[in-house]
Structure formats: C-alpha cells, structure tokens
Design a protein around this ligand. Structure first.
Ligand code: CP
Length: 309
C-alpha cells in the first residue's frame, strides 16, 4: 500500500511527485463519494481536528471544515479575532491549550511565514499549513493542479502562467513547486516590482507582457493583488494595473487558441479579471473550489494514516 511520506503538510517543497499523485488518486475516490446522495464516510471517526485561523478566510476554512465533516472527524473551529489571542496569549500557549483537549490534527492559517513549521517543531500533533503569510499555501496548489489534471487530462507538459502579485503570493510559490514536480512548465507574469528578482533560480520563465504570456500558455492562473501585504506602492494605480495585467474578454479574443482560466479567490472583479472572463466557459474557478473539498479530504485521510495514538 502506498503511504504519504510526511507527518505534516507544511508546504509543497517537501513533497515528492508520488505524494502528490497519491493525493490525486485518493481525491478521485472522495470526489465520487461527495457526489453521491450520502456524502459522508466514517474514515476519520476517531480523529479530532482543530481549525485555527489567525487570518481571514472564506474558501479554505469552509472547505477544510466540510472535508472534515464528510470524513466524520470531530471538529473545533478557532478564530483569532474572537479568542484570548487578543488578550496577549502566545501562539504556542494557544495551541497547547487546544491540544490538551486531545486534538490530533491542527489546520492553521497564520500571517507569519514559517508559523506552521514552528508549530510542528513545538507540539505533538499533525499540522496542515492553510497558508503562512507570503510563504506557502500547499492545499491551494494541490487543488489547483488537480483541477488542471481534471480539465486537461494531465499536468505533465502543460504550460501554466501565474499572473500578478508574485512577490506577496503564497499561492504562487506553492503552485510553482507543485506544477514543476508534476512536469509542467511554469511562467510568472506581472510588473517588475511584483516579481522577485531571483525567481528564475526556481526554474520559472519571467514575462512582463501579458499578451505574450497568454500566447505561450495552456493555463492562466490570475492572482489577486494583495494590497493588505503591500507596505509601499508597487504600481501607480489599480486602473493602470488592470489595463496592463488584467484579463478581459478582448485580450482572450485576440488569442488564436483557447486557454483555461484559474483564480484562487477571492477575486477582485475588474482588477485582475473581468466578470465576463471569470464567469465564462474558459474559467474553472468554481471547479477549483469544488475540488478543494475532495483534495483536502484526501490530504487529511492520508495524514491520519500516520497518526500514532
Ligand atoms: N484561496 C484562498 O485561500 O481563499 P481564502 O483566503 O478565502 O481561504
């Protein structure tokens, strides 16, 4: 029987291609199950999972909770804004208190890069990184690659451009690692100010002209401009950004081919993507959200196989 190589899911960097493919195969089974009239299985019946979110989230938090409920896990939800963190409690104290209630697995989103690694080193539970600052968002990359595989048959050999705020994007970094491990070619596209200087050392192509990037790719993953992480102005105005790097129907029509459009959400409609593109038949944005549940079920199921009770 194939086993997941990791105790935790802290990032894509540490995973093997075999790990990712095992998640995909397991997710295929769970996707079939959650489309049945009875969507629940008892796979994690004795497992307690805490969802600890120190940053806002819609898709990731709901998707994890739904995946846990579909697997019959016991679920605790914790959000920093309504907790004793606001009274000065440290991350370790908060998590130790939660774990003393016999929690097996922690899903954590935190604004600090490396927060989930820090937790994994200090507490005895399985950790899933649900996004750590500008570092990694591994479950997003897995659901993105799974959605490309579903739409195009495989990821291997496909050309994927990630467009936008690469500097502040944990989605970009995890996607680069994941897509390359699966044999895709990756390009990043955006203003020079939003592309890290040494990104080519990761083996990605860089393009600052959106039309050239779209001509090259099979898939365009449009990222949100993360104004909340930008401490200085990286471009003159959202209007100018949108003219140069936003995807609209006119730009798509200038291509002599069809491409697949993705977005991790939340979307800034009219900035990185217009509504007519986001809601078009080229877009697999809602498939990505749907696949988030099956892939997260697969990840938690595989990690739970490594729990020592
Ligand atoms: N894609 C993503 O992480 O969305 P949320 O911030 O809503 O979880």
């Amino acid at each position: 029987m194939k086993r997941f190589s990791q105790k935790h899911l802290l990032g894509i960097k540490n995973l093997t291609r075999e790990d990712i493919e095992l998640v995909f195969e397991t997710a295929d089974n769970f996707k079939a199950i959650i489309n049945r009239p009875i969507k629940k299985v008892p796979s994690l019946r004795d497992v307690t999972i805490a969802n600890i979110f120190f940053e806002n989230s819609t898709r990731t938090r709901i998707s994890f909770e739904l995946a846990q409920k579909r697997l019959s896990a016991d679920v605790i939800n914790f959000s920093a804004s309504s907790s004793s963190v606001s009274k000065g409690e440290t991350l370790i104290d908060t998590v130790k208190n939660i774990l003393s209630m016999k929690v097996d697995m922690v899903v954590m989103r935190h604004p600090a890069p490396g927060a989930s690694l820090f937790l994994a080193k200090h507490i005895n539970a399985q950790i899933i990184n649900a996004g750590d600052g500008t570092h990694e968002h591994p479950t997003q990359a897995i659901l993105d690659a799974y959605s490309i595989r579903e739409k195009l048959g495989s990821v291997k050999g496909k050309k994927v451009v990630i467009v936008g705020d690469i500097t502040h994007s944990r989605v970009a970094l995890s996607n680069i690692f994941c897509l390359q491990k699966l044999g895709a070619q990756v390009m990043v596209c955006g203003p020079t100010t939003l592309i890290p200087k040494h990104i080519t050392s990761l083996g990605v192509k860089v393009e600052h002209n959106l039309m050239k990037a779209l001509q090259w790719c099979d898939v365009a993953n449009m990222l949100r401009i993360q104004l909340e992480r930008q401490e200085i102005k990286y471009f003159p105005s959202l209007r100018e950004y949108s003219m140069l790097f936003g995807l609209d129907k006119q730009k798509l029509q200038q291509l002599n081919k069809e491409i697949v459009i993705m977005h991790p959400g939340p979307i800034n409609r009219g900035v990185e993507i217009t509504s007519d593109v986001a809601d078009s038949t080229h877009s697999i944005i809602l498939d990505q959200v749907e696949n988030g549940v099956a892939t997260r079920m697969a990840i938690m199921y595989l990690l739970a196989g490594n729990i020592q009770k």
